[in-house]
Ligand binder design. Structure first.
Ligand SMILES: [Zn+2]
Length: 274
């Protein structure tokens, strides 16, 4: 486990990838420090979960300041638990930034080489994953729930980075964000069977005395895909934070019984100073 926290008790808490700040900014938000009311307290960034839109936009502004990328430059994935990766150009700047409808349709992952665009995915248990190729200056963000994981979304991100921008996976650095972990993520055969078929049994632990119940490590699946795609093990950082264990500081769909907010994972290439 390797976690960089910034902020102190009572203040907003963030995790930032330790990438060179003059080249790229990454951010994983928590639930502290925003203006949303229960059950979305406090820093909900999801416009699609029933929260007051004005509060959500204030929260997004808060995150925008933190990452140094104005909301107008955000690009947000629609997120449909699929495995579509969208290549983002300047034309998509602001898509999904202030409304749900203009989000990048059907996409659960985004990649770009355009500096100054903030690629955004949101989660509240699903695995947010950020990518940075410091050689080609290419970034990516993926939302990997169990369905997207089974469809190898992180592998598809790397394939897209290769095809669109000639990225070499050996150059790509990856951060796995706060998400529900094996300690808390009980699944049944509906989930376990396709996971086993794609990733083998080692990512699952069978629950003692509970028939057809398993504890799943989505993070182990993601790591397996990354390694098989050619990402170096030393370039993979798992924040190690479980949303369900830490539901006081993070939104957790399971721990909060479905009605809750979303935290964001965001990455942005820094624009060259003119
Ligand atoms: Zn846990």
């Amino acid at each position: 486990m390797y976690t960089i926290w910034s902020g102190s008790v009572g203040d907003p808490v963030w995790i930032r990838p330790n990438w060179p700040l003059h080249e790229v900014r990454g951010l994983f938000s928590f639930r502290r420090g925003g203006v949303s009311l229960p059950p979305y307290e406090e820093l909900n960034v999801g416009l699609h979960v029933g929260d007051d839109a004005d509060a959500v936009l204030k929260n997004r502004e808060r995150c925008a300041i933190e990452v140094g990328c104005p909301v107008e430059r955000w690009v947000v994935a629609e997120q449909v638990h699929g495995a579509k990766v969208a290549v983002i150009t300047e034309a998509e700047a602001g898509c999904g930034a202030r409304d749900v409808h203009s989000a990048i349709q059907g996409a659960d992952a985004l990649v770009t080489d355009v500096s100054g665009l903030g690629l955004v995915v949101m989660a509240a248990d699903c695995v947010p994953v950020l990518f940075y190729d410091g050689v080609r200056q290419v970034i990516g963000a993926a939302h990997s729930g169990w369905k997207g994981t089974v469809q190898h979304i992180v592998r598809r991100v790397l394939e897209t980075m290769q095809q669109a921008f000639q990225s070499n996976p050996a150059d790509v650095q990856v951060w796995i964000g706060p998400s529900i972990r094996q300690c808390c993520y009980e699944v049944n055969d509906v989930v376990a069977d396709p996971i086993k078929a794609e990733f083998g049994r080692r990512v699952l632990v069978k629950r003692f005395h509970r028939a057809e119940r398993y504890l799943l490590s989505l993070q182990a699946c993601v790591r397996q895909d990354l390694l098989r795609s050619g990402v170096r093990p030393e370039h993979i950082v798992d924040t190690g934070v479980c949303t369900s264990c830490q539901a006081d500081v993070l939104f957790s769909h399971r721990a909060d019984a479905g009605r809750t907010g979303r935290q964001l994972a965001m990455v942005c290439l820094v624009e060259d100073e003119v």
